[in-house]
Design a protein around this ligand. Sequence first.
Ligand SMILES: N[C@@H](CCC(=O)N[C@@H](CS)C(=O)NCC(=O)O)C(=O)O
Length: 208
Amino acid sequence: MRLYNYIGSANGYKVELALAQLGVEYQRVEIAIFQGEGQRPEFLRRNPVGRVPVLELDDGGCIAESNAILCHLASGTHLIPAAPRDYTRMLSWLFFEQSEIEPVLGSARFWILTGRSAERGAELDRRLAWARKSLAVLDQHLAKNAFLVENQYSIADIAMYAYGHLADDAGIPLAEYPAVHAWCRRVEAQPRYIAGPGAYTADALLTG
Ligand SMILES: N[C@@H](CCC(=O)N[C@@H](CS)C(=O)NCC(=O)O)C(=O)O
């Protein structure tokens, strides 16, 4: 299988972390999203939205959306809870990540690290305040549970960790969320953990 990804993408990092932890071999194709490679016809055929990550299966079929890719890769493995109720809880956290963490913490971090914060003005503050509320919810949950689905490490933890552990980059000290902070260390202690994402490439940076 083949993974189309961009080095600085935390959505892409989720998938690479899951692939590493599952011991799955794959071919990695770097997409220079800041040079418009995601908008080229050959990439749009794989994901009409023009975004990474995209997983291409051996039969040529493609899966977009990082959390859907995680579900596909982890199907039938220890990274997905077997009990229906736990499975549903895992889905709740995957959706929470996409609605309450990625668009706020992820966007804020991107704007700050790439020189876009001045042009975002009040919108940046709004997203940072929202990210803090989401982290508080996570902190409350993780104060009582070792992992998102109680005591079982799952793809929900992988998805949440991808942006969650980067809060400091967005100016939100994780130390203010001690249970999230401690959970990050538990995720990092899992077998075959790999660090990520990589740094933004120079073409992502707004200069002047
Ligand atoms: N919800 C999607 C978001 C994907 C996404 O926003 N990818 C970014 C990189 S993190 C991208 O490809 N951006 C390029 C663009 O929007 O043109 C997912 O979880 O995979």
